[in-house]
Design a protein around this ligand. Structure first.
Ligand code: G3P
Ligand code: CA
Length: 240
């Protein structure tokens, strides 16, 4: 089982900051999951929500703020005063840190071109600049974004995010040409999981935070989990 640190090791450090990413590396996660948006001036930036209200001392929609404005806020203190001064991270800044590490990467596109024009092109350009496409998966709940990724770079791996336990998640694969299914772990069941595995579609489940959830997810055949606590499951001796 592969362990992806969800938004960095967000159980231990403020999510989607360099502190959380460094913690994921320290805890020997196999990979990092992060979420991206576009700033008003077109930079790919890392944050979970469309606004910065919950995770910073600022306020507003990311798409309405320039990178300079976004960088002026503190993204660490809300979690713990020890993290005061953590700033919003651009995808390029993250990649400069990530490149020499052994980590894998899952980039989640939040909402895609409906809100962020050409975000897929920008992500691909950054991955190519850092020669990281081969160890990256791009995922999204907005599946047309994943179709667009495949149009732009057919070799880049993509994962279909879904939450609501659809009857047959395999139906998402053909129109998007996606490589993986990324369900909420609660959506796993003995019906579609074996069918996905038989079709060669890997299952990567989120957000698995307890040992019970992990055991169930493993039993359903998932090959990776996204977790806020990448040190919790002691899986590194196990098969990938
Ligand atoms: O990639 C899995 C997970 O991150 C999706 O949900 O809301 O945590 O971005 P969310
Ligand atoms: Ca995410």
């Amino acid at each position: 089982m592969l362990i992806y640190a969800h938004r960095g090791a967000r159980g231990y450090a403020p999510e989607n900051t360099m502190a959380a990413f460094a913690e994921a590396l320290r805890l020997k996660a196999d990979g990092i999951e992060l979420d991206v948006h576009l700033s008003r001036d077109g930079h790919v930036v890392i944050c979970h929500e469309h606004t910065i209200d919950r995770t910073s001392n600022g306020h507003g929609w990311i798409r309405d703020l320039t990178l300079k404005q976004l960088k002026s806020y503190d993204f660490g203190s809300w979690f713990d005063r020890r993290y005061q001064g953590q700033s919003l991270v651009t995808l390029s800044e993250f990649m400069a840190w990530f490149t020499p590490t052994p980590l894998m990467l899952n980039i989640e596109i939040k909402n895609g071109p409906v809100i962020y024009p050409r975000i897929e092109e920008k992500i691909i350009a950054i991955l190519q600049q850092f020669n990281a496409s081969g160890r990256t998966i791009v995922s999204s709940f907005f599946h047309p974004s994943l179709s667009r990724i495949k149009e732009l770079d057919g070799t880049l791996k993509t994962g279909i995010l879904f939450e609501c336990r659809p009857l047959n998640p395999l139906q998402f694969i053909r129109p998007t040409k996606a490589d993986y299914l990324h369900p909420c772990w609660k959506s796993l069941d003995a019906g579609w999981c074996p069918a996905a595995l038989a079709a060669g579609i890997g299952i990567h489940a989120y957000t698995v935070n307890t040992k019970e959830e992990y055991r169930f997810t493993a039993k359903m055949g998932a090959r990776a989990v996204f977790t806020d606590y990448p040190d919790r499951f002691n899986t590194h001796a196990g098969p990938q």
